[in-house]
Design a protein. Structure first.
Length: 91
């Protein structure tokens, strides 16, 4: 899974009929301090995430394991909204 921040939404009025009704979000991977990394993904939102939220992204065949995305042409899915990270610091 990838830790990422929702930074935008994709609007596509013409798309494959299996994607109709799905919310497409633009997400940027982040590190454990929430600092954004290079690159971005477009992910189907399976949990109702909003702009600015930190989320967990599943990719590949795992992205097609939700009720919403099963058997659909999806390569990245927002699977969870992160409430908090507990990270052990190095000493």
């Amino acid at each position: 899974m990838i830790l990422a921040k929702v930074v935008g939404t994709v609007w596509a009025t013409r798309k494959d009929e299996k994607l109709v009704g799905m919310k497409l979000q633009i997400v940027k991977p982040v590190d454990l301090k929430y600092k954004q990394k290079d690159g971005f993904l477009v992910a189907v939102d399976a949990v109702g995430a909003g702009a600015g939220e930190i989320v967990l992204i599943a990719q590949g065949s795992s992205a097609r394991q939700t009720v919403l995305t099963e058997n659909k042409a999806v390569d990245a899915t927002i699977m969870a909204i992160v409430d908090k990270l507990d990270v052990e610091t190095e000493t």
